[in-house]
Design a protein around this ligand. Structure first.
Ligand code: NAD
Length: 338
């Protein structure tokens, strides 16, 4: 059993903890929180050992009546692998802590790429992370694009990709974010940072990206154009993408016209928190004109990186050398593709 510590029990951390718990070969060593807020009480209620990560140590938790097992140092010492899910920029500050305890660490997409030895996406480069000390699971948007580009690049070759990312203004719990009544070019600079981030996974893919922000908390939506090095039919592309376990081609018959219905669908299906772990590609949007492929996909920012973190844990541990085996184990345990 791999003992996995989760440092930062927020939007991503709580999902990663539940996903670790669902795996047959992993257990949650504990989770750490800086403040004893509602997420700390949820961690406690779910039976996760709680560790204090704030400057005031365990005292605020004692005051709130929440038992802690120790501090984040004790958690790192007790873990075979740590998943750092603290807010962007904090992970880099924690890097020395993990190195001091010689505990392999996984960082998130809010960190700069140089926080870790490599930028990770299970479908693209699992094997490069085997036995690494550190890896960075790329952001939700980069994960969504990497999963899509990997099979297209292998089968058809990619001459050039152009993507417009229509991004959610904030997560449901991020009450300070927006916009609430506007459509923003964000960032205004072109290309946006997403293209270079994809190149940390695929240095050989020529990709330009433009970002926007809109008033929704549901999901991101990507408008994708990939110029391929060959000219497949749209049907062949649909078949290729359908065979990928973390790509869901939304059939026209479901009548799903946007992220709202997608989330409703996964909530109705009984998924935890209504999470959508897969890229959701509108099947009718898959169009090929000469060697240009076009499609729309929706990405659930709170969820798609979760299975990737599980695979990254296996890769860093070195215990599962085969990417396909790790991916299918993760998918089976979470119910991905069902
Ligand atoms: P979050 O704010 O929801 O959660 C972070 C948690 O870490 C909170 O519980 C916070 O109390 C805790 N924390 C803060 N400082 C800490 C510290 N010093 N030590 C331990 N815990 C601390 O953030 P999030 O949305 O889960 O993002 C985490 C990382 O995942 C970021 O790098 C982010 O860029 C990345 N990410 C986020 C999303 C998303 O849409 N939310 C998607 C993909 C990747």
């Amino acid at each position: 059993m791999l003992h996995v510590g989760i440092n930062g029990f927020g939007t991503i951390g709580k999902r990663v903890a539940d996903a670790v718990r669902a795996q047959p070969d992993m257990t949650v060593a504990g989770v750490s929180k800086r403040t004893p807020n509602f997420e700390a009480t949820i961690a406690h209620d779910r039976g996760y050992d709680l560790y204090a990560a704030g400057e005031d140590g365990r005292a605020p938790f004692d005051t709130a009546g929440l038992h802690t097992e120790g501090t984040v140092h004790d958690l790192v010492a007790a873990s075979d692998v740590v998943v750092d899910t603290t807010p962007g920029g904090i992970g880099a500050k924690n890097a020395d802590l993990y190195a001091d305890y010689d505990t392999p660490a996984i960082f998130q997409g809010g960190e700069d790429p140089d926080v870790a030895e490599m930028s990770f996406n299970a479908r693209a480069n699992y094997e490069s992370a085997l036995n690494a000390d550190t890896a960075r699971v790329v952001s939700c948007n980069t994960t969504g694009l990497s999963r899509l580009f990997a099979p297209l690049r292998e089968r058809y070759g990619i001459e050039k990709a152009r993507v417009t990312l229509v991004r959610r203004g904030g997560d449901p719990g991020q009450t300070s974010r927006g916009p609430i009544n506007d459509t923003l070019p964000d960032p205004v600079e072109i290309p946006s940072h997403h293209g270079p981030d994809v190149q940390t996974v695929f240095p050989d893919i020529d990709v330009d990206t433009m970002g926007m922000k809109v008033p929704t908390t549901q999901m991101h939506t990507h408008s994708v154009n990939v110029t391929l090095e060959s000219t497949p039919s749209a049907t062949a592309v649909r078949e290729l993408l359908t065979a990928e376990s973390r790509l869901f081609l939304i059939p026209e018959t479901l009548g799903i016209d946007g992220a709202g219905k997608l989330k409703e669908y996964t909530r109705d299906a009984g998924r935890p928190r209504g999470d959508v772990w897969e890229n959701c590609i509108w099947a009718e949007s898959v169009t090929v004109e000469d060697n240009d492929l076009y499609l729309f996909q929706a990405i659930h920012q709170e969820a798609d990186v979760v299975p990737e973190n599980i695979d990254a844990v296996r890769a860093l541990s070195g215990r599962t050398p085969d990417a396909a085996r790790s991916i299918s184990r993760t998918d089976e345990a979470l119910g991905i593709g069902r």
